[in-house]
Design a protein around this ligand. Structure first.
Ligand code: PMP
Length: 423
Protein backbone atom coordinates (compact mmCIF):
# COMPACT_ATOMS: atom_id res chain seq x y z
CA UNK A 1 0.00 0.00 0.00
CA UNK A 2 1.48 3.38 -0.96
CA UNK A 3 1.38 6.52 1.20
CA UNK A 4 -1.59 7.87 -0.75
CA UNK A 5 -3.74 4.82 -0.09
CA UNK A 6 -2.44 4.61 3.48
CA UNK A 7 -3.23 8.07 4.79
CA UNK A 8 -5.02 10.15 2.19
CA UNK A 9 -8.76 10.31 2.79
CA UNK A 10 -11.24 8.07 1.03
CA UNK A 11 -12.54 11.25 -0.60
CA UNK A 12 -9.69 11.16 -3.14
CA UNK A 13 -11.06 10.74 -6.64
CA UNK A 14 -9.00 11.29 -9.79
CA UNK A 15 -6.04 9.33 -8.45
CA UNK A 16 -8.25 6.26 -8.33
CA UNK A 17 -8.88 6.30 -12.08
CA UNK A 18 -5.36 7.37 -12.98
CA UNK A 19 -3.35 5.31 -10.55
CA UNK A 20 0.19 6.41 -11.39
CA UNK A 21 2.43 9.00 -9.75
CA UNK A 22 2.82 12.01 -12.02
CA UNK A 23 6.10 13.85 -11.95
CA UNK A 24 6.48 16.29 -14.82
CA UNK A 25 4.33 17.94 -17.48
CA UNK A 26 4.83 20.08 -20.55
CA UNK A 27 2.18 21.39 -22.92
CA UNK A 28 -0.34 18.59 -23.48
CA UNK A 29 1.82 15.80 -22.05
CA UNK A 30 2.16 14.50 -18.51
CA UNK A 31 4.93 12.12 -17.44
CA UNK A 32 4.62 9.62 -14.61
CA UNK A 33 7.61 8.89 -12.39
CA UNK A 34 8.13 5.57 -14.16
CA UNK A 35 8.67 7.50 -17.41
CA UNK A 36 5.34 6.85 -19.19
CA UNK A 37 3.82 9.62 -21.28
CA UNK A 38 0.16 10.60 -21.12
CA UNK A 39 -1.54 12.87 -23.58
CA UNK A 40 -3.81 15.29 -21.72
CA UNK A 41 -7.44 15.60 -22.85
CA UNK A 42 -8.41 16.64 -19.30
CA UNK A 43 -6.49 19.90 -18.75
CA UNK A 44 -6.84 20.00 -14.97
CA UNK A 45 -10.66 19.98 -15.31
CA UNK A 46 -10.36 23.20 -17.30
CA UNK A 47 -7.70 24.94 -15.20
CA UNK A 48 -4.99 24.45 -17.83
CA UNK A 49 -6.43 25.98 -20.99
CA UNK A 50 -2.93 27.00 -22.13
CA UNK A 51 -1.36 23.61 -21.31
CA UNK A 52 1.09 22.63 -18.59
CA UNK A 53 4.02 24.89 -17.73
CA UNK A 54 3.49 27.11 -20.74
CA UNK A 55 6.83 28.98 -21.05
CA UNK A 56 5.14 32.34 -21.76
CA UNK A 57 3.52 32.10 -18.32
CA UNK A 58 6.27 30.23 -16.49
CA UNK A 59 8.98 32.76 -17.31
CA UNK A 60 7.27 35.86 -15.84
CA UNK A 61 6.22 33.80 -12.81
CA UNK A 62 9.77 32.64 -12.08
CA UNK A 63 11.13 36.16 -12.64
CA UNK A 64 8.48 37.57 -10.30
CA UNK A 65 9.28 35.07 -7.56
CA UNK A 66 13.06 35.55 -7.87
CA UNK A 67 12.79 39.33 -7.84
CA UNK A 68 11.61 39.52 -4.24
CA UNK A 69 8.18 40.80 -5.24
CA UNK A 70 5.28 40.41 -2.85
CA UNK A 71 3.52 37.03 -2.91
CA UNK A 72 0.72 37.25 -0.36
CA UNK A 73 -1.16 40.44 0.36
CA UNK A 74 -4.86 39.62 0.96
CA UNK A 75 -6.65 42.32 -1.03
CA UNK A 76 -4.07 45.06 -0.56
CA UNK A 77 -3.02 47.16 -3.56
CA UNK A 78 -0.04 45.59 -5.34
CA UNK A 79 1.78 46.22 -8.59
CA UNK A 80 0.82 42.73 -9.81
CA UNK A 81 -2.86 43.31 -9.03
CA UNK A 82 -2.83 46.70 -10.78
CA UNK A 83 -1.34 45.16 -13.93
CA UNK A 84 -3.89 42.36 -13.90
CA UNK A 85 -6.87 44.71 -13.47
CA UNK A 86 -5.59 47.10 -16.14
CA UNK A 87 -4.96 44.26 -18.58
CA UNK A 88 -8.32 42.60 -17.88
CA UNK A 89 -10.08 45.89 -18.48
CA UNK A 90 -8.14 46.68 -21.68
CA UNK A 91 -8.12 43.26 -23.33
CA UNK A 92 -11.29 41.62 -22.08
CA UNK A 93 -13.91 44.06 -20.81
CA UNK A 94 -13.43 47.10 -23.08
CA UNK A 95 -13.34 45.32 -26.46
CA UNK A 96 -16.54 43.48 -25.49
CA UNK A 97 -18.19 46.66 -24.25
CA UNK A 98 -18.73 45.09 -20.82
CA UNK A 99 -19.06 47.40 -17.85
CA UNK A 100 -18.37 45.14 -14.87
CA UNK A 101 -16.91 45.66 -11.43
CA UNK A 102 -14.38 42.97 -10.50
CA UNK A 103 -14.43 41.16 -7.18
CA UNK A 104 -11.84 38.68 -5.94
CA UNK A 105 -13.45 36.09 -3.69
CA UNK A 106 -11.54 33.09 -2.33
CA UNK A 107 -9.57 31.46 -5.14
CA UNK A 108 -11.90 28.63 -6.20
CA UNK A 109 -14.89 28.35 -8.48
CA UNK A 110 -17.22 27.47 -5.67
CA UNK A 111 -16.22 30.60 -3.78
CA UNK A 112 -17.00 32.69 -6.81
CA UNK A 113 -20.45 31.07 -6.96
CA UNK A 114 -21.04 31.63 -3.23
CA UNK A 115 -20.22 35.31 -3.63
CA UNK A 116 -22.48 35.61 -6.68
CA UNK A 117 -25.43 34.00 -4.85
CA UNK A 118 -24.91 36.16 -1.77
CA UNK A 119 -24.78 39.31 -3.86
CA UNK A 120 -27.89 38.39 -5.85
CA UNK A 121 -29.84 37.75 -2.64
CA UNK A 122 -28.50 40.87 -0.98
CA UNK A 123 -29.27 43.22 -3.86
CA UNK A 124 -32.78 41.88 -4.53
CA UNK A 125 -33.77 41.11 -0.95
CA UNK A 126 -35.14 37.78 -2.25
CA UNK A 127 -33.96 34.29 -1.38
CA UNK A 128 -34.97 31.84 -4.14
CA UNK A 129 -32.45 31.04 -6.85
CA UNK A 130 -33.46 29.12 -9.99
CA UNK A 131 -30.94 26.56 -11.20
CA UNK A 132 -31.03 23.85 -13.85
CA UNK A 133 -31.21 20.09 -13.99
CA UNK A 134 -27.72 18.57 -14.02
CA UNK A 135 -26.09 21.87 -13.14
CA UNK A 136 -22.78 21.82 -11.27
CA UNK A 137 -21.65 24.91 -9.41
CA UNK A 138 -19.32 23.67 -6.66
CA UNK A 139 -19.12 21.82 -3.37
CA UNK A 140 -19.79 24.42 -0.67
CA UNK A 141 -23.32 24.62 0.70
CA UNK A 142 -24.67 27.52 -1.33
CA UNK A 143 -23.19 26.17 -4.56
CA UNK A 144 -24.41 22.64 -3.77
CA UNK A 145 -27.93 24.00 -3.33
CA UNK A 146 -27.92 25.00 -7.03
CA UNK A 147 -26.19 21.77 -8.12
CA UNK A 148 -28.23 18.88 -9.50
CA UNK A 149 -26.23 15.74 -8.74
CA UNK A 150 -27.92 13.80 -5.92
CA UNK A 151 -24.77 12.10 -4.62
CA UNK A 152 -23.02 15.43 -4.28
CA UNK A 153 -26.08 17.07 -2.74
CA UNK A 154 -26.38 14.31 -0.14
CA UNK A 155 -22.81 15.04 0.95
CA UNK A 156 -24.07 18.32 2.40
CA UNK A 157 -25.69 16.50 5.31
CA UNK A 158 -28.30 19.23 5.73
CA UNK A 159 -31.27 20.30 3.62
CA UNK A 160 -30.23 22.42 0.66
CA UNK A 161 -32.91 25.03 0.39
CA UNK A 162 -34.01 28.29 -1.21
CA UNK A 163 -33.52 27.00 -4.72
CA UNK A 164 -35.73 25.64 -7.52
CA UNK A 165 -34.41 23.34 -10.24
CA UNK A 166 -35.93 23.66 -13.74
CA UNK A 167 -35.21 21.78 -17.01
CA UNK A 168 -32.01 22.72 -18.85
CA UNK A 169 -32.04 22.93 -22.64
CA UNK A 170 -32.53 19.40 -23.99
CA UNK A 171 -33.47 17.83 -20.65
CA UNK A 172 -37.00 17.10 -21.87
CA UNK A 173 -35.72 16.06 -25.31
CA UNK A 174 -37.87 18.68 -27.02
CA UNK A 175 -41.10 17.24 -25.62
CA UNK A 176 -42.13 20.48 -23.92
CA UNK A 177 -41.55 24.00 -25.09
CA UNK A 178 -38.65 25.83 -23.46
CA UNK A 179 -39.34 27.66 -20.19
CA UNK A 180 -43.07 26.84 -20.31
CA UNK A 181 -43.28 26.14 -16.58
CA UNK A 182 -40.92 28.92 -15.52
CA UNK A 183 -42.78 31.57 -17.48
CA UNK A 184 -46.21 30.45 -16.28
CA UNK A 185 -45.02 30.16 -12.69
CA UNK A 186 -43.50 33.64 -12.76
CA UNK A 187 -46.68 35.13 -14.19
CA UNK A 188 -49.20 33.32 -11.97
CA UNK A 189 -49.27 34.57 -8.39
CA UNK A 190 -50.80 31.25 -7.38
CA UNK A 191 -47.86 29.20 -8.68
CA UNK A 192 -46.17 28.80 -5.31
CA UNK A 193 -42.87 30.02 -6.75
CA UNK A 194 -41.44 32.80 -4.63
CA UNK A 195 -40.11 35.49 -6.95
CA UNK A 196 -36.48 34.48 -7.53
CA UNK A 197 -33.46 36.65 -6.82
CA UNK A 198 -31.51 35.09 -9.65
CA UNK A 199 -31.15 32.36 -12.24
CA UNK A 200 -27.75 30.64 -12.37
CA UNK A 201 -26.73 28.85 -15.56
CA UNK A 202 -23.80 27.19 -17.32
CA UNK A 203 -23.81 27.65 -21.10
CA UNK A 204 -22.36 24.14 -21.41
CA UNK A 205 -22.83 21.76 -18.48
CA UNK A 206 -19.24 20.73 -17.80
CA UNK A 207 -19.85 18.16 -15.07
CA UNK A 208 -23.53 17.40 -15.70
CA UNK A 209 -23.21 15.66 -19.07
CA UNK A 210 -21.94 18.25 -21.58
CA UNK A 211 -25.34 19.42 -22.72
CA UNK A 212 -24.80 22.75 -24.52
CA UNK A 213 -27.55 25.34 -24.40
CA UNK A 214 -28.63 26.74 -27.76
CA UNK A 215 -27.94 30.44 -28.31
CA UNK A 216 -31.68 31.09 -28.80
CA UNK A 217 -32.40 29.30 -25.49
CA UNK A 218 -29.88 31.47 -23.64
CA UNK A 219 -31.32 34.61 -25.22
CA UNK A 220 -34.85 33.64 -24.18
CA UNK A 221 -33.62 32.93 -20.64
CA UNK A 222 -31.95 36.33 -20.53
CA UNK A 223 -35.17 38.02 -21.75
CA UNK A 224 -37.31 36.25 -19.13
CA UNK A 225 -34.90 37.35 -16.40
CA UNK A 226 -35.04 40.88 -17.73
CA UNK A 227 -38.84 40.95 -17.99
CA UNK A 228 -39.22 39.81 -14.37
CA UNK A 229 -36.36 41.73 -12.75
CA UNK A 230 -34.44 38.56 -11.96
CA UNK A 231 -30.64 38.62 -12.04
CA UNK A 232 -28.89 36.35 -14.54
CA UNK A 233 -25.73 34.69 -13.26
CA UNK A 234 -23.56 32.87 -15.80
CA UNK A 235 -21.20 30.41 -14.16
CA UNK A 236 -18.29 30.54 -16.61
CA UNK A 237 -15.89 28.77 -14.27
CA UNK A 238 -15.41 25.85 -16.67
CA UNK A 239 -16.73 27.08 -20.04
CA UNK A 240 -15.05 30.50 -19.83
CA UNK A 241 -11.51 31.68 -20.64
CA UNK A 242 -11.75 30.57 -24.27
CA UNK A 243 -12.89 26.98 -23.76
CA UNK A 244 -15.87 27.28 -26.13
CA UNK A 245 -14.07 29.53 -28.61
CA UNK A 246 -14.64 33.04 -27.23
CA UNK A 247 -13.30 34.44 -23.94
CA UNK A 248 -16.72 34.31 -22.31
CA UNK A 249 -18.90 31.39 -23.31
CA UNK A 250 -22.00 33.60 -23.54
CA UNK A 251 -20.58 35.94 -26.22
CA UNK A 252 -21.98 33.92 -29.15
CA UNK A 253 -25.51 34.23 -27.70
CA UNK A 254 -25.13 38.01 -27.48
CA UNK A 255 -26.35 38.18 -23.89
CA UNK A 256 -24.91 40.28 -21.07
CA UNK A 257 -25.33 38.53 -17.71
CA UNK A 258 -25.72 40.60 -14.55
CA UNK A 259 -23.12 38.50 -12.74
CA UNK A 260 -20.35 36.25 -14.12
CA UNK A 261 -18.27 33.68 -12.23
CA UNK A 262 -14.74 32.91 -13.44
CA UNK A 263 -12.02 30.71 -11.99
CA UNK A 264 -10.10 27.63 -13.26
CA UNK A 265 -8.13 29.07 -16.24
CA UNK A 266 -8.22 32.74 -15.32
CA UNK A 267 -4.68 32.50 -13.86
CA UNK A 268 -3.74 30.52 -16.98
CA UNK A 269 -1.13 28.47 -15.20
CA UNK A 270 -3.18 26.34 -12.84
CA UNK A 271 -2.65 28.70 -9.90
CA UNK A 272 -5.80 29.31 -7.84
CA UNK A 273 -7.66 32.52 -8.66
CA UNK A 274 -11.34 33.42 -8.96
CA UNK A 275 -13.28 36.47 -10.08
CA UNK A 276 -16.87 37.61 -9.81
CA UNK A 277 -17.89 40.24 -12.35
CA UNK A 278 -21.06 42.24 -11.89
CA UNK A 279 -22.85 45.32 -13.11
CA UNK A 280 -21.73 48.38 -11.13
CA UNK A 281 -25.19 49.08 -9.71
CA UNK A 282 -25.09 45.71 -7.94
CA UNK A 283 -21.96 46.64 -6.02
CA UNK A 284 -23.59 47.17 -2.65
CA UNK A 285 -21.13 45.09 -0.64
CA UNK A 286 -20.00 46.53 2.66
CA UNK A 287 -16.19 46.51 2.98
CA UNK A 288 -15.13 43.04 4.11
CA UNK A 289 -18.59 41.53 3.83
CA UNK A 290 -17.22 38.65 1.72
CA UNK A 291 -13.68 38.36 3.04
CA UNK A 292 -10.98 35.69 2.84
CA UNK A 293 -7.24 35.20 3.29
CA UNK A 294 -6.47 34.19 -0.29
CA UNK A 295 -8.33 36.68 -2.44
CA UNK A 296 -6.19 37.58 -5.37
CA UNK A 297 -2.83 35.88 -5.02
CA UNK A 298 -0.02 37.80 -6.66
CA UNK A 299 1.67 34.89 -8.50
CA UNK A 300 -1.76 34.11 -10.04
CA UNK A 301 -2.10 37.78 -11.09
CA UNK A 302 1.29 37.55 -12.80
CA UNK A 303 0.44 34.45 -14.83
CA UNK A 304 -3.12 35.71 -15.41
CA UNK A 305 -1.79 38.96 -16.87
CA UNK A 306 0.72 37.08 -19.04
CA UNK A 307 -2.08 34.78 -20.28
CA UNK A 308 -4.23 37.75 -21.32
CA UNK A 309 -1.28 39.50 -22.98
CA UNK A 310 -0.13 36.42 -24.87
CA UNK A 311 -3.46 34.94 -25.92
CA UNK A 312 -6.11 37.66 -25.92
CA UNK A 313 -4.46 40.64 -27.69
CA UNK A 314 -5.86 39.47 -31.01
CA UNK A 315 -8.18 36.83 -32.43
CA UNK A 316 -5.51 34.22 -33.20
CA UNK A 317 -6.41 31.94 -30.31
CA UNK A 318 -10.13 32.17 -31.11
CA UNK A 319 -9.39 31.14 -34.71
CA UNK A 320 -7.14 28.32 -33.53
CA UNK A 321 -9.84 27.03 -31.16
CA UNK A 322 -12.39 27.13 -33.99
CA UNK A 323 -10.11 24.92 -36.13
CA UNK A 324 -9.29 22.57 -33.26
CA UNK A 325 -12.96 22.41 -32.31
CA UNK A 326 -13.90 21.31 -35.84
CA UNK A 327 -11.18 18.65 -35.72
CA UNK A 328 -12.34 17.41 -32.32
CA UNK A 329 -16.02 17.30 -33.25
CA UNK A 330 -15.26 15.47 -36.50
CA UNK A 331 -13.24 12.85 -34.62
CA UNK A 332 -15.87 12.45 -31.90
CA UNK A 333 -18.62 12.12 -34.53
CA UNK A 334 -16.72 9.29 -36.21
CA UNK A 335 -16.25 7.51 -32.89
CA UNK A 336 -19.88 8.00 -31.86
CA UNK A 337 -21.20 6.70 -35.19
CA UNK A 338 -19.92 3.21 -34.34
CA UNK A 339 -22.45 2.92 -31.49
CA UNK A 340 -26.21 2.96 -31.90
CA UNK A 341 -27.68 5.84 -29.90
CA UNK A 342 -24.33 7.46 -29.07
CA UNK A 343 -24.26 11.22 -29.65
CA UNK A 344 -21.69 14.01 -29.63
CA UNK A 345 -22.37 16.70 -27.05
CA UNK A 346 -20.73 19.99 -26.11
CA UNK A 347 -19.26 23.05 -27.76
CA UNK A 348 -15.76 24.12 -28.79
CA UNK A 349 -13.10 22.25 -26.83
CA UNK A 350 -15.56 21.16 -24.16
CA UNK A 351 -17.09 18.20 -25.95
CA UNK A 352 -17.63 14.49 -25.67
CA UNK A 353 -19.78 11.47 -26.48
CA UNK A 354 -22.95 10.38 -24.71
CA UNK A 355 -23.36 6.58 -24.58
CA UNK A 356 -26.76 4.97 -24.02
CA UNK A 357 -25.08 2.21 -21.98
CA UNK A 358 -24.01 4.18 -18.90
CA UNK A 359 -21.09 1.86 -18.18
CA UNK A 360 -19.48 2.38 -21.62
CA UNK A 361 -17.98 5.85 -21.03
CA UNK A 362 -16.18 4.82 -17.84
CA UNK A 363 -14.74 1.75 -19.54
CA UNK A 364 -13.60 3.82 -22.55
CA UNK A 365 -11.94 6.38 -20.24
CA UNK A 366 -10.14 3.55 -18.37
CA UNK A 367 -9.06 1.90 -21.62
CA UNK A 368 -7.84 5.28 -22.93
CA UNK A 369 -5.72 5.72 -19.82
CA UNK A 370 -4.08 2.32 -20.30
CA UNK A 371 -3.26 3.49 -23.85
CA UNK A 372 -1.75 6.77 -22.63
CA UNK A 373 -4.60 9.30 -22.79
CA UNK A 374 -6.29 11.19 -19.95
CA UNK A 375 -10.03 11.63 -20.52
CA UNK A 376 -12.71 11.76 -17.85
CA UNK A 377 -16.43 11.11 -17.78
CA UNK A 378 -19.28 13.53 -17.17
CA UNK A 379 -22.99 13.24 -16.43
CA UNK A 380 -25.11 11.99 -13.52
CA UNK A 381 -24.17 8.37 -14.27
CA UNK A 382 -20.78 9.05 -15.85
CA UNK A 383 -22.40 8.24 -19.21
CA UNK A 384 -20.46 10.80 -21.28
CA UNK A 385 -16.81 10.54 -22.34
CA UNK A 386 -15.56 14.08 -21.84
CA UNK A 387 -12.67 15.64 -23.73
CA UNK A 388 -11.14 18.96 -22.81
CA UNK A 389 -7.77 19.37 -24.55
CA UNK A 390 -5.69 22.51 -24.05
CA UNK A 391 -6.59 25.39 -26.36
CA UNK A 392 -2.91 25.42 -27.32
CA UNK A 393 -2.72 21.72 -28.30
CA UNK A 394 -1.15 20.98 -31.68
CA UNK A 395 -3.31 19.51 -34.45
CA UNK A 396 -0.95 16.54 -34.39
CA UNK A 397 -1.54 15.86 -30.66
CA UNK A 398 -5.27 16.31 -31.20
CA UNK A 399 -5.14 13.66 -33.95
CA UNK A 400 -3.08 11.32 -31.74
CA UNK A 401 -5.48 11.69 -28.82
CA UNK A 402 -8.52 11.08 -31.01
CA UNK A 403 -6.90 7.97 -32.47
CA UNK A 404 -6.23 6.61 -28.98
CA UNK A 405 -9.84 7.36 -28.02
CA UNK A 406 -11.13 5.67 -31.18
CA UNK A 407 -9.03 2.57 -30.43
CA UNK A 408 -10.22 2.50 -26.81
CA UNK A 409 -13.87 2.92 -27.86
CA UNK A 410 -13.57 0.11 -30.43
CA UNK A 411 -12.01 -2.20 -27.82
CA UNK A 412 -14.77 -1.49 -25.29
CA UNK A 413 -17.83 -1.63 -27.53
CA UNK A 414 -16.48 -4.49 -29.63
CA UNK A 415 -17.23 -2.67 -32.89
CA UNK A 416 -14.53 -1.27 -35.15
CA UNK A 417 -14.59 2.51 -35.44
CA UNK A 418 -14.35 3.48 -39.09
CA UNK A 419 -11.58 6.01 -38.82
CA UNK A 420 -10.60 8.68 -41.30
CA UNK A 421 -7.68 10.79 -40.16
CA UNK A 422 -8.83 14.11 -38.73
CA UNK A 423 -5.57 16.06 -39.04
N1 PMP B 1 -18.76 25.92 -11.48
C1 PMP B 1 -18.51 25.13 -12.52
C2 PMP B 1 -19.29 25.32 -13.79
C3 PMP B 1 -17.53 24.11 -12.43
O1 PMP B 1 -17.30 23.32 -13.48
C4 PMP B 1 -16.80 23.98 -11.23
C5 PMP B 1 -15.73 22.93 -11.08
N2 PMP B 1 -15.82 21.79 -11.82
C6 PMP B 1 -17.10 24.84 -10.16
C7 PMP B 1 -18.07 25.82 -10.33
C8 PMP B 1 -16.38 24.74 -8.86
O2 PMP B 1 -15.06 25.12 -8.98
P1 PMP B 1 -14.00 24.69 -7.88
O3 PMP B 1 -13.81 23.21 -8.02
O4 PMP B 1 -12.76 25.47 -8.20
O5 PMP B 1 -14.59 25.07 -6.56
Amino acid sequence: MDIFDAIESEVRFYCRSWDVVFERAAGSTLYSEDGREYLDFFSGAGALNYGHNNPVLLRPLVEYLLSGSIVHSLDMKTVAKRRFLETFQELILKPRDLNYKVMFPGPTGTNSVEAALKLARKTTGRHTVVSFTNAFHGMTLGALAVTGNSMKRQGAGIPLTNTVSVPYDGFLDGEASDFLWLQRALEDTGSGLDKPAAVIVETVQGEGGLRAARESWLRRLSEICHEHGILLIVDDVQAGCGRTGTFFSFEAAGIVPDIVCLSKSISGFGLPLALVLFKPELDIWKPGEHNGTFRGHNPAFVTGTAALENFWQDRNLELKVAGLGAQLHEGLTQIASATEGARVRGRGLLAGIFYPDPSAAGKIAAESFSRGLLVETSGPNGEVVKTMPALTISAEDMRKGLEILAGAAAAVIGEPVVWRSVA
